[in-house]
Design a protein around this ligand. Sequence first.
Ligand code: HEM
Length: 371
Amino acid sequence: MQSFPAVDPIPLPAPIWLLKLLHIVTLSLHFVAVEMLLGGLLLAVVLSLFRGSPLSHVTARALAHRLTVVMTYVVNLGVPPLLFAQVLYGRALYTSSVLMGAYWISVIALLTLTYWLLYQFSARVDAGRSAWWVGLSAWVLAGFIARLLSTNMTLMLRPEAWRGMYSASAAGIYLPTGDPTLEPRWLLMMAGGLFIGGLWMVYLAGRSTFTAEEKRFLAGLGGKVAALFGIVYLAAGLWAASVQPQAVKTGLATHSLYRFAGFAGYGWLALVAVAVLFAAIAGFGKMTAAWVGWAGALVALLVEITLVVYRDGVRDLTLLSKGFDVWDRAVVTNWGVVGLFLVLFVVGLGVIGWLISVVARAQKPMEGAAQ
Ligand code: HEM
C-alpha cells in the first residue's frame, strides 16, 4: 500500500540541493535562537529568585531584556525553514501536521502567550518585583512548543502510525505515542538551551556595558552552566543517535551522500566536547575578554550547523527506508526568480546583521544603572 499521499504534479521551481542548503542555513539560525530562548529564560528565572543580590539582579535583567528580542528571531528564523521543509517534505509533513492538527494550530496561541509573558517577566524584573513564576510559565510554554515541534518532526517520519491516528480521530486531538526517538530528541533541544544559554552569558561577559565585577560573575556562572549542560547535551545526542533505526545508522556510515551527514555527527560530538572544555576554562578562570565570548558564539553556531546536517541525514534516510526519496522530484528551475530570491536573501541577512549591531550599540548605559 502507498503510505505517502501522491506527489504534487507541479514541479519544484529550484534545484533540490539549493532548497536543502537554504533549509539547513535558516534552520541552524532558528536553532541558535531557540536555544538562547530556552536556556537564557531558565537562567534568568533562577537568577530573578535572588533579588537581594545585585549581581544576580543585573544578570537576570540583562537576559530578560534581550529575550524579547531573541523571541523575534526565534519566530522569524522559524518561518523560512518551515517553508523549505514543506516544499521538500510536504507529503509527509502536511500529513503529520493535520493528524495532530489541534495541537499544531495551538502553537500560534501558545507563542503569542509566551511572548506576552516574556514582556511581563522583563517588566517585573526591571521593577524589582517577584517575577520567577511569570518567567517560569513562559519557559514551560516554550518547552511545550518545542515538544510539539519535536513530535511533528518525528511523526512525519512514521507513515506506519498515520492510519491508526486518523482512525482514532480525524480532528487531530491526539498526539502520537510509541516513538523511541521523540524523548531524546526533545531532551537534546532542552539541554542544548542551557548549554547555549551559558555560552551566551560568557559572550555577554565581554560587553563593555557591564562592570568588571558583573563580567566576572557572567563568565564564571555562564561558563560553568555551559560546561555542565554541554555534557547533558552530549549524552542526549548520543542517546538520540543510538535509538535510530538500523537502516539509518547504516546509511549514515555507508551511503554515498549521507555519509557526510554521518561525518557531521562526529563533527558535532567533537565541537560540543571542545565547547565543554572551553566553557569550563572560561567559567573557572572567569575569563571576560571579548574574544572568548566571540569564540564561544562561533562554536555555538557550528554546533547547530553540524546538528542540522546530521538531523537532515537522519530524516532523509528514515523516509528513504519507507519509500520516500526527497531527491525524486520533477524540477523546472526558474533561474530569474531564484537569482532574485538569493539577492533578497543575502540583503535580508545583511539587514538582520545591521539590526543586531544597532541594538548592540544602543545599549550603551551600564546594565546595572537604574532606568
Ligand atoms: C517558542 C518558540 C519555538 C520553540 C521553542 C521552537 C523549538 C523548536 C525545536 C525544539 C525544534 C526541533 C524539533 C525536533 O526536530 O526535534 C524546532 C524545529 C523547527 N521549528 Fe521551531 N520553535 C519555536 C518556534 C517556531 C516558529 C514560530 C516556527 C515557524 C513559524 C518554527 C519553525 C520550526 C521548523 C520549521 C522546525 C523544523 C524544521 C525541519 O525539521 O525541517 N519554530 N523548533
